[in-house]
Design a protein around this ligand. Structure first.
Ligand code: KG4
Ligand code: ZN
Length: 337
């Protein structure tokens, strides 16, 4: 049995978890700062770092207590080294290094995006080769995994990430932050009233959402000029259908070409209810590939997912030094230039 203490602080969640063998959550404490950042309409990095400093010790203490273990029982300390906001990451990195040094435990630095992918380990054993659609506030990636702990990005976004587009469109529609869940909810009442342009990219597996976001903004301005009020539910519906249809089509094309044994969704946008239905419908037609969708509690940022990835990295012999610092632009393992 291997117990990993995992720490995550890459954006606006201060989190610590204890995970057994990379697939069983003994505790998963997440202290969200959403209420504070909502006041500003988005994450304010300096504010985020300060709140991480205030909360980090508490979440670590709580995670150990809830799991009913002490640091003596822990085999390794995994932490998010990047990507993310530098000031936010820094707090988790320092906490992980301090605790590992004080209790003489190995350190395992983890890429946040691999954490999102390995969150699926709480649902099912992973079967390789595997395709992961990683969709969050900062990333939109198709990641091909020939084997365990092997990552190859076959598609990414050249501009906005999908979650970022949701957040920005929600802001112009006056729905507030974070926009993803708000658009998800209100779009259920919307109709296909507006027509928006389908995103175009040179590489078939790349994504683009900034043109679509601008088209929504221009549509609102056009309606205003005509003296008409935009129908928020219809606009949310049309944005969501256009964005998701394009993303799902590309993912299904990649599944046809690469023929993975599993397709997994990963990241905050995997919580989207419409996306889940669209994916299930499309993947039901492809018998050879299983679709895995993580439960809602491990789609958005948490430390359990860092514990899942941390376990696999630990078993692969990955260790970090006490000289390591946060890496805000961190690439996935194997993608280093
Ligand atoms: O993975 P995550 O918690 O943080 C990052 O690593 O970025 O993802 C946060 C993103 C935000 O952009 C948020 O609006 C989006 O995930 N999100 C959603 C939903 N829930 C969260 N987007 C669409 N539908 C949702 N239900
Ligand atoms: Zn994330």
């Amino acid at each position: 049995m291997t117990l990993i203490l995992a720490i995550e602080s890459s954006c606006d969640e201060t989190a610590c978890a204890v995970v057994r063998d990379g697939k069983e959550i003994l505790s998963n404490i997440v202290s969200s700062q959403i209420n504070v950042h909502t006041l500003y309409g988005g994450v304010v990095p300096e504010v985020a770092s300060r709140i991480h400093v205030e909360n980090i010790s508490t979440v670590i203490t709580e995670a150990l207590a809830k799991a009913e273990v002490t640091m003596d029982d822990i085999d390794a300390v995994a932490y998010t080294r990047g990507p993310g906001l530098i000031g936010s990451l820094h707090v988790g990195v320092q906490a992980a290094k301090t605790i590992a040094w004080a209790f003489n435990k190995p350190l395992v630095p983890i890429n946040h995006m691999t954490g999102h992918i390995y969150a699926n380990r709480f649902v099912s054993e992973l079967k390789f080769p595997l395709m992961a659609l990683v969709i969050s506030g900062g990333h939109t990636q198709l990641v091909w995994m020939k084997d365990e702990w092997s990552f190859e990005e076959i598609g990414t976004t050249g501009d906005d990430a999908i979650g970022e587009a949701y957040d920005k469109v929600a802001r112009v529609l006056g729905l507030g932050y974070p926009g993803g869940p708000k658009i998800d909810k209100i779009a259920k009442e919307g109709k296909p009233h507006y027509s928006l342009p389908t995103p175009k990219t040179a590489n078939p597996y790349d994504f683009s959402f900034s043109g679509l976001k601008t088209a929504v903004l221009q549509m609102i301005q056009r309606e205003e000029k005509k003296g008409e009020e935009i129908n928020i539910a219809d606009a949310a519906y049309c944005f969501q259908e256009t964005a998701l249809t394009s993303m799902v089509k590309k993912t299904i094309a990649a599944v046809h070409e690469y023929q993975p044994r599993m397709l997994v969704l990963a990241g905050g946008v995997a919580a989207n209810s419409r996306l889940r239905v669209m994916m299930e419908e499309e993947m039901a037609k492809i018998e050879e590939t299983d679709l895995i969708i993580p439960p809602l509690y491990c789609c958005t940022d948490n430390a359990a997912m860092i514990g899942a990835a941390g376990y696999v990295a630990y078993m692969h012999g990955e260790r970090g030094g006490f000289d390591a610092s946060a890496d805000p632009g961190m690439l996935m393992p194997g993608e280093e230039e």
